[in-house]
Write a protein that binds this ligand. Structure first.
Ligand code: CTP
Ligand code: MG
Length: 391
């Protein structure tokens, strides 16, 4: 049962071409830009625009793959999407899309999947500009100086001020677009885009500003441009993690804390050396990198860490974080305890911990005014915050 209102706009996304000029080893729509193929990027933006029926026109044999991409892009809007099989020419593919429109649709946008990075704002602007009588195309001014040529001979200059480079989506009132397609079929006429077909049937087409990002991926150079734009525009965000640890005094031997040996100080108890500072740092870093927690990687199921010191814990954590594709930014730690007196060895502790992680670690210490278990001298409580950057 539908939870969404039935839209009065449909977007036909033509993706049935073979991509001869790109020569990417698969139909063009399924060639990867990054981890995602051209079709997925196009559909991510189509579904980010105002709700519309989305008709994906797929190459024969690739309907299932198109459906997968459509569902992934649509999220909660999946019920607005449908996949149909395309034809031998772009015009036939659009015609196949038209035959799948819902009854309530009055405005139709036709969009090239190959214009994969077209901003949702451009899609919305075209939909808004369509009227009952006129179609709309987004277009950019022509920047190159143009020549009319005859083979290798320059015949004349062309005034570029009178020209515009057409993009998609192109938007039309449904009834007139369907009639225009029927007329073109009857005449056996082929047009390079929908606006030309619509205009040939005697209808008006207006233009609105296009966008540099709506360029069509035709060749390998275009694919490189798309990769560059995605890489430059979408840096992955840094991530933070938090870790806490508490250990009671009462272990065997001397105290180990913040990576340092404290001869003569009461030891902390624990599966390893009880270094609560090191353990809080481990949880903060694992949390930041989304790698689970210390129990999972170092718990009692891993007897090799029994009695281990901070160098083993932090060295292994540094490897795990790096393997997950992150660089450590910094770590800030605070411990609460009456003992040991920390100020005299702060610089030493920070140096040791920073060297182990290959990133700055700062450590602060506080007492708790006699309150709670740290105040009663029963143990230490530590909090750590870590920042990591995706590489
Ligand atoms: N298209 C389509 N059906 C066709 C031909 C093209 O749906 N029979 C679609 C393409 O998938 C593309 C858009 O129309 O999204 C623009 O076409 P174009 O860039 O020419 O893509 P291809 O035809 O795939 O590429 P080429 O011409 O290099 O083979
Ligand atoms: Mg083509």
């Amino acid at each position: 049962m539908s939870i969404l209102p039935v839209p009065d706009t449909a977007i036909i996304v033509v993706a049935a071409g073979s991509g001869t000029r790109l020569d990417g080893g698969a139909p063009k729509a399924f060639v990867g830009i990054d981890a995602r193929p051209i079709l997925r990027h196009a559909l991510d933006r189509v579904f980010a625009a105002a709700p519309a029926q989305v008709v994906v026109v797929a190459p024969a044999g690739f309907e299932g793959d198109a459906e997968t991409e459509m569902r992934a892009a649509a999220g909660e809007r999946a019920e607005l999407g449908v996949v149909v099989t395309g034809g031998a020419t772009r015009q036939e593919s659009v015609a196949a899309g038209l035959s799948a429109l819902w009854g309530d649709v009055t405005t139709v946008l036709v969009h090239d999947a190959a214009r994969a990075l077209t901003p949702p704002e451009q899609i919305d602007a075209v939909a808004r500009a369509v009227t009952h009588e006129a179609g709309v195309i987004p277009a950019l001014p022509v920047v190159d100086t143009l020549k009319r040529v005859d083979d290798d001979r320059v015949v004349a200059a062309v005034d570029r001020a009178a020209l515009a480079a057409a993009q998609t989506p192109q938007g039309f009132p449904r009834a007139l677009l369907e009639a225009s397609y029927a007329a073109a079929r009857e005449q056996g006429a082929e047009y390079t885009d929908d606006a030309a077909l619509f205009a040939a049937a005697g209808h008006e087409v207006r233009r609105i500003p296009g966008s540099e990002r709506a360029f069509k991926i035709t060749t390998q150079a275009d694919l490189e441009r798309a990769r560059h734009l995605l890489g430059a525009s979408a840096p992955r965000a840094p991530r933070v993690g938090i870790g806490t640890d508490v250990h009671a005094f009462g272990g065997e031997g001397d105290l180990w804390l913040a990576g340092l040996h404290w001869p003569g100080e009461q030891a902390l108890s624990g599966h390893s050396d009880g270094d609560a500072v090191a353990h809080a740092i481990v949880d903060a870093l694992l949390g930041a990198a989304g790698l689970g927690d210390i129990g999972q990687h170092f718990g009692t199921a891993h007897p090799e860490y029994a009695g281990a010191h901070a160098d083993v814990f932090l060295g292994r954590t540094r490897e795990l974080v790096a393997d997950a594709g992150f660089t450590i930014g910094n770590v800030s730690v605070q411990f609460q305890a009456n003992r040991p007196r920390f100020a005299a060895r702060r610089a030493e502790a920070e140096q040791v911990l920073s060297a182990l992680l290959g990133a700055p670690v700062s450590v602060t210490a506080t007492t708790t005014d006699g309150l709670g278990f740290p105040g009663r001298g029963e143990g230490v409580a530590v909090t750590a915050v870590a920042l990591v950057f995706p590489r």
